[in-house]
Design a protein around this ligand. Sequence first.
Ligand code: TYD
Length: 208
Amino acid sequence: MARGKFITFEGCDGCGKSTQLRLLSEYLTENGIPHIFTREPGGGKISEAIREILLSGKNMEMTDACEALLYAAARVQHLSDRVEPALQEGKLVICDRYVDSSMAYQAYGRGLGAEFIGQINGYALKHYTPDVTVFIDLTPEAAFLRKHGADENDRLEQAGMAFHKRVYEGYKTLAKESPERVVSIDGNQTPQEIFEAVVKTLKDRGCL
Ligand code: TYD
């Protein structure tokens, strides 16, 4: 049986990724295309436990390097638990976030640098390069306005804006560096228009 394709979705918080994943899930089910949906960090007992450590508000003292290593550790376990078996069964694997998230958030956002993040993700990068990465291109400012409206003055979230801008610039750099893998889709379009672009991309790349 032919090995399945590995597709990842990326973008800043609030870019509309979840809506697209929901639409794609409906499309694949309706068309009888064997697939699994999974997400990072998480997707298995050990990876979900690491996710809890990573996303818990109780662990604010975690260093940036520790955070990056935990994401990388959760990733390796997730590849073995969920991704590899599904690829072997010839299924399409759709993963919500992957190494590009570590590059955008930890290398660029936290400033740990692409070299360190590349090194600690060497296993994933060497053995599991996605066939296609869909990047929903929406600036953090646009995502913030969409969520809160123009009048909202949420100081806490605004404080994080500089970080999210670095994350966004990181994604733009990654898309420029790997045009053969990363497809950018304008996140300012309607959800239906974005979805049409997603389906076209996956068809053009031989994934559907
Ligand atoms: P989640 O609730 O899944 O957010 P989203 O729906 O936006 O994907 O939380 C995942 C968070 O983890 C998100 O803010 C991005 C971050 N993240 C990293 O910082 N590095 C990583 O390698 C991954 C996979 C996620």
